[in-house]
Structure formats: C-alpha cells, structure tokens
Design a binder for this molecule. Structure first.
Ligand code: C2E
Ligand code: MG
Ligand code: MG
Ligand code: MG
Length: 289
C-alpha cells in the first residue's frame, strides 16, 4: 500500500544518505593515507597569449589511487573541503608548486611563467594563511612574485572586508591573484574593483559552447567588456578549438587555457611544452601542421 511504499521510499532515501556519508568518510580516510604515502601528483596546464607563448601555468592536483588509478579532483576536492583535510592537501599543493617553481626557474630563468595555485574557500578563510604561504615559499626559496593564487567569487563573498585585507597583505609580498570560474558565483561588481586582483578567468561553462549558444556568447562578451573597463586581464578556460580561440581573440580576450593548446602536463612535459612554445609562435606552428 501507499504507506508501506512511502516508508520504503523514506528508508531507501536514508539508505542513500547513509551510503553517501560513509563514502565520504572512506574517501576522507583514504586521502589521509594518500598524503602520508605520497599518492598525490601535481599537473600543470599552460595558459597562453595570442602568440602562443606560455604566460602562466595552473597547478591541478590528481590522486594516483592504488586501486582506482588517476582520480580527478572533481571527485575528491569537494569532500576534502567538507572534511577539512583540504587544509593539509592545500599545503601539499602549495609546497609542491613552490618546489616546482624553483625547478622551473632553473630551466627558464627570468622568462619563467608564474604558477597559479587554486585556493579553496576554507583555505582562504584560514587566519594563518599569510604565514602559511610565506613559510612554505621560504622553505624552497620560491619567489612570491611568481606565485598566483586562484580564488572563486564564493570564497570572497562571505567576508569581503577580510578577504580584501588578506589579499592586500599577500599582494604586498608579491603574490598575484586571479578570480577563478568567473560568472558562476554571485559577483558584486562593486567589490571587484576594490580587490587586488589583476585577472579574471572566464568559467569554461560559458566558453565550451560559445560558438553555438547565444546566451553563452552574450555572457562572454559582457565579461570581456566589463573586464576591459575595469582594467582587468582575461583568461578563457576550456578553449578546445581554434574557432573558439579566434572568437575570443577577436573580442579582446587576453589569454587562453584549454585542451586546444594543452592538457594538464607532468612537470617534464611542461618543460618541453614551454621550450617549444617559446621557440616558435604557435599560430605559425599550427599552420604548418
Ligand atoms: P579549475 O580551477 O577551474 O580548473 C580548470 C579545470 O578545467 C581543470 O579540471 C582542467 O583540467 C579543466 N580543463 C582545462 N582545459 C579544458 C578544456 O579545454 N575542456 C574541458 N572540458 N576542461 C578543461 P580538473 O583538473 O579536473 O580540476 C577541476 C577543479 O578541481 C578545478 O577547477 C579546481 O576547482 C579543483 N582543483 C584542482 N586542483 C586543485 C587544488 O590543488 N586545490 C584546490 N583547492 N582545488 C583544485
Ligand atoms: Mg583554477
Ligand atoms: Mg576555473
Ligand atoms: Mg572550475
């Protein structure tokens, strides 16, 4: 009867809730092991200018799981954020990125692109963030002026005044800031001009179908125009084709990131990519292929 099936629906709902909760616990426990046993890897995705030169690289974490193979951050970052282990994970990412930055400077000297590190909302709110960043960079003697932090609109919003002072303190030490996934959060344009941010990254959800979806095209054009008026540089994420690159280029987007140029790379492949891209302009290289 209806009552019984209602009860079943409720208990299977609770069952599903319970399963999701124990799955989260399991991943949290395994992430602690991952940190201890060195199962995390940092990949780097190039960001390029109109000529194909690498102007920065974004550090993206992967989990080399002993049974499941390479696990995407989309699967574990939200859980790590919820459980709090994101703080340790975030420190590992920062430490690894700083070490790799120093190695990169060994290869490219003054021409070394900056490394961008994603900062989770929880990390960003941490009172000791400024000291943590400074101490970790100092461990490997990484120059803070080549470190860029990516923060989302969401992590700025809950306490704008505090966010501004944290960012200003880090900015004073040389750290650069980008707003990540721009357009997906609730951005107040009023505070955007108050933040010590020089770059916004247009979320890939607007970029992927920009050629076929009029709404996406409208949003992208509005963001580009706003950024230009505020004097902010723009990076489009999720550029998968030359047509999308051209669309964005003619509308004044400054920089690009996406599979069309490169997937996230291991450190060794990144070095090779930078060497290649600095040797010859990408536009010409593509034309010859
Ligand atoms: P995000 O910071 O917006 O990073 C960009 C994501 O877009 C990356 O996914 C990248 O691999 C993907 N991507 C790049 N180009 C293309 C493209 O042309 N097409 C498509 N479809 N996707 C593209 P990934 O590496 O899976 O990371 C997902 C998200 O996980 C990141 O989004 C970021 O929010 C988070 N994340 C990754 N690494 C870290 C980390 O070290 N710390 C924190 N807190 N979050 C991280
Ligand atoms: Mg990012
Ligand atoms: Mg993004
Ligand atoms: Mg994203």
């Amino acid at each position: 009867d209806a009552k019984a099936s209602g009860r079943n629906a409720i208990s299977s709902y609770h069952g599903a809730m319970h399963e999701a909760a124990s799955q989260r616990l399991k991943i949290d426990r395994e992430l602690r092991v991952a940190l201890r046993d060195d199962q995390l890897r940092l990949y780097y995705q190039p960001m390029v200018d109109h000529g194909g030169q690498v102007i920065g690289v974004e550090a993206l974490v992967r989990w080399l799981h002993p049974e499941r193979g390479m696990v995407s951050p989309a699967e574990f970052i939200p859980i790590a954020e919820e459980s709090g282990i994101i703080l340790e994970l975030g420190e590992w990412v920062l430490r690894t990125a700083c070490t790799d930055l120093v190695r990169l400077i060994g290869h490219f000297g003054d021409a070394t692109p900056s490394i961008s590190v994603n900062l989770s909302a929880r990390q960003f709110r941490l009172p000791g963030l400024i000291d943590t960043v400074t101490a970790i960079a100092a461990e490997s003697a990484a120059p803070l002026s080549r470190l860029r932090l990516e923060v989302t609109e969401g992590s700025l919003l809950d306490n704008v005044e505090r966010a501004i002072s944290t960012m200003q303190a880090l900015r004073a030490l040389g750290v650069l800031f980008s707003i990540d996934d721009f357009g997906t959060g609730y951005s107040s344009l009023a505070y955007l001009k108050k933040l010590p941010v020089d770059t916004i990254k247009i979320d890939q959800s607007f970029v992927l179908d920009v050629l076929t979806d009029n709404n996406d095209a409208g949003i992208v054009e509005a963001i580009l125009s706003m950024a230009r008026h505020l004097g902010l540089a723009t990076i489009a994420e999720g550029v998968e084709s030359v047509q999308v690159r051209d669309f964005l280029m003619t509308r004044g987007c400054n920089y690009f990131q996406g599979y069309y140029f490169s997937r996230p790379l291991t450190f060794e492949h990144l070095v090779a990519f930078i060497e290649q891209s600095s040797g010859r302009p990408l536009v010409a290289a593509r034309a010859l292929d």
